[in-house]
Structure formats: structure tokens, C-alpha cells
Design a protein. Structure first.
Length: 69
């Protein structure tokens, strides 16, 4: 089946979608609207020294992208 994104423009639209779901015509999926920075905040459990080393590595790698070849 195909997945589509729908923007609701009426207060009753969500109720109508749920009615269609009970008839097994559609399946309502909850969207994950959180930003990746919110989802992954605090997930990197490393020491301050390791963090600084990792941060410097990222700076170095990103500076390589700016080179003209």
C-alpha cells in the first residue's frame, strides 16, 4: 500500500479519518515530528575529553568538505 501525508483543515477531519480506519479502509499512523536533535540528545555517553576529541575530529572532517578538487 502507498503511504501519504495529509494535512487536516477541519476540526472534524480527524474523527472522519478514524471512522475510515474502523471500516478498515485506511490505517492512521502517528507521525514522529520531533527533530533529530531532540530524539538523540544525550545519547552519546562519553567523557568530556572523549567529547572534545570527537568534536575536533568532526571539525577536521567538515573542513575537508570545503576543499576544491
Amino acid at each position: 500500500m502507498e503511504t501519504v501525508v495529509v494535512q487536516l483543515t477541519d476540526k472534524n477531519a480527524y474523527t472522519r479519518l478514524l471512522e475510515l480506519e474502523t471500516l478498515h479502509l485506511i490505517k492512521v499512523l502517528k507521525s514522529n515530528t520531533r527533530k533529530p536533535s531532540e530524539r538523540f540528545a544525550g545519547k552519546l555517553n562519553i567523557s568530556e575529553a572523549e567529547y572534545q576529541e570527537f568534536h575536533q575530529y568532526l571539525k577536521d572532517v567538515r573542513s575537508e568538505w570545503d576543499r576544491d578538487f
